[in-house]
Ligand binder design. Structure first.
Ligand code: NMX
Ligand code: MLT
Length: 463
């Protein structure tokens, strides 16, 4: 017996082969073991990329599978299409087209969120009356249920505003009409009407939710305005943020929110809403998931990063802002291994027309032209593309919308840049929720693409 157990102990100490798997007797921790296996996998990936990028597996190239699915044509998305050179079109309309025909708020010039939502949902330009009716409907639905205000008020101020927004949106699913109807047992052709109800309810409540987060985190001393039934969605949002008297900022927010509304389906937030919604999760939890995708620095959080980065640049350069100083700061950022926030894009290969539209807004107002932070952003946008071209990594050296979206907010006194992605989050609901309505109306299926391990890929390539 003794002999047998000592033999066993020895064989464990060397290795045991069970069902073909080698088990080493080791005291290494999980992390140490992982550290050992990662380099070989990294090498395997490098080799696959170098030798087989153009190999075709099924219908796609290996580079599509390994490269974040860039350029892969694999989604249906109704409301907008992004052209790499020209930028976004909403149902075929460019941004300047929309600016010409989408109704503004009474007394304003910029298109409203409601008129953009109408266009995204229906593919038609609403009349001013239709747009006003939608404003009234949203204002009617705009107050938050008390349990959500209690939830938001209970959160620590130090919790990032995007986390708070995602939590508030998820909690609203308590009252989901789609979920209740599904539990009752509705038929597929009815899905879209309940989805639409939830989507409109959510869009209506976002300003009150987002403004409450702003008040709690940054201005707890202020009281909060309630929803004004006579205002449009963004008019109300601006009012609840405490900027209702600043018509310039309110107009900027209208433009901002209409422009950020949709950017076809492949961007991370829209895609997340679509994926989660395809499981028939209700619109609230689907959009909550999307907000957490938006909260990453390579996506929506870039707008907070841009301001932080430009302020750091301003601090370092001081009053002596020259072409050379900005160029040096750009190189310093790149050499430290960081990305230049607000530049580059997964699809676009030209300056983002949303960037252009927001810059045009600045040109119409002398106070914005005189603003040091806006001037710095404009100067940076003139210099950065050449630096990024010389750096040679990014496929698109031009500014995206985030390069400029925050500086006007900053100039007008909305200086808390950790909050900026929340405004993007209020806006992206227009497009992401539009698609949820269409996905249910068209009976689109569960999203479930095929994945492979590197070993499986290698086998397929060999075959
Ligand atoms: N600064 C420095 N390097 C960059 C930049 C940039 N702005 N953009 C891309 N690169 C690098 C990128 O990191 C990658 O390097 P590596 O090979 O070492 O991984 C290389 O260039 C190739 O990347 P691309 O194929 O050009 O870009 P990709 O499609 O992978 O990513 C972004 C697109 C937007 C994530 C990327 O351009 C980026 O990180 N930009 C800065 C962050 C930003 O502004 N994000 C906001 C996007 C818009 N939004 O609102 O969501
Ligand atoms: C967006 O608006 O979602 C961003 O520009 C990112 C993207 O389109 O990939």
């Amino acid at each position: 017996m003794i002999g047998c157990s000592s033999f066993l102990a020895k064989s464990v100490a060397r290795n045991i082969s069970t069902n073909g798997f080698r088990r080493l007797a080791s005291t290494k921790s999980l992390k140490e073991t992982l550290q050992e296996v990662i380099p070989a996998k990294q090498e395997q990936l490098k080799k696959l990329k170098a030798e087989h990028s153009q190999a075709v597996v099924g219908e796609v190239k290996v580079e599509n599978i390994l490269g974040g699915m860039r350029g892969l044509k694999a989604m249906l998305w109704e409301a907008s299409v992004l052209d790499p050179n020209e930028g976004i079109r909403f149902h075929g309309m460019t941004i300047p087209d929309c600016q010409k025909v989408l109704p503004p708020a009474p007394g304003g010039k910029e298109m409203t969120a409601e008129s953009m939502l109408w266009l995204l949902l229906t593919g038609k330009v609403p009349t001013p009356e239709q747009s006003r009716q939608l404003s009234a409907e949203l204002a009617e639905k705009g107050e938050l249920p008390p349990f959500v205000t209690q939830l938001i008020d209970s959160l620590p101020k130090t919790l990032h505003p995007m986390t708070q927004l995602g939590m508030g949106v998820a909690a609203l699913n308590h009252d989901s009409e789609f979920q209740a109807a599904y539990e009752r047992g509705i038929k597929k052709p009815e899905y879209w009407t309940y989805t639409l109800e939830d989507c409109l309810n959510l869009i209506a409540k976002l300003p009150a939710l987002a403004a409450r987060i702003y008040r709690n985190v940054y201005h707890p001393e202020r009281s909060l305005e309630s929803v004004d039934k006579n205002l449009d969605l963004v008019g109300n949002y601006s009012n609840m943020l405490g900027f209702g008297q600043n018509e310039h900022l309110t107009e900027y927010l209208r433009l901002y929110i209409a422009l950020h509304g949709d950017h076809e389906g492949g961007n991370a937030s829209a895609h997340t809403a679509h994926l989660v919604g395809s499981t028939l999760s209700d619109p609230y939890i689907s959009y909550s998931a999307a907000l957490f995708a938006l909260a990453g620095p390579l996506h929506g959080l870039a707008n907070q990063e841009v301001l932080r980065w430009q302020m750091a640049m301003q601090k370092e350069i001081g009053d002596n802002i020259t072409h050379e100083n900005i160029k040096d700061y750009l190189w310093k950022t790149l050499k430290s291994g960081q990305v230049v926030p607000g530049y580059g894009h997964g699809v676009l290969r030209n300056p983002d027309p949303r960037f252009v539209a927001l810059q045009e807004f600045c040109k119409t107002r002398p106070e914005l032209q005189a603003s040091p932070i806006i001037q710095l952003v404009q100067q940076t946008a003139e210099i950065a593309p050449d630096v990024l071209k010389e750096h040679g990594k990014t496929k698109n050296p031009y500014p995206n919308v985030d390069a400029t979206s925050g500086c006007v907010l900053y100039h007008y006194g909305l200086t808390e840049f950790k909050y900026y992605t929340v405004i993007f989050g209020v806006s992206r609901a227009l497009g992401a929720l539009t698609q949820l309505v269409w996905a249910r109306a068209l009976g689109l299926p569960l999203e479930r693409p095929k994945s492979y391990s590197m070993d499986a890929l290698e086998k397929l390539i060999k075959n």
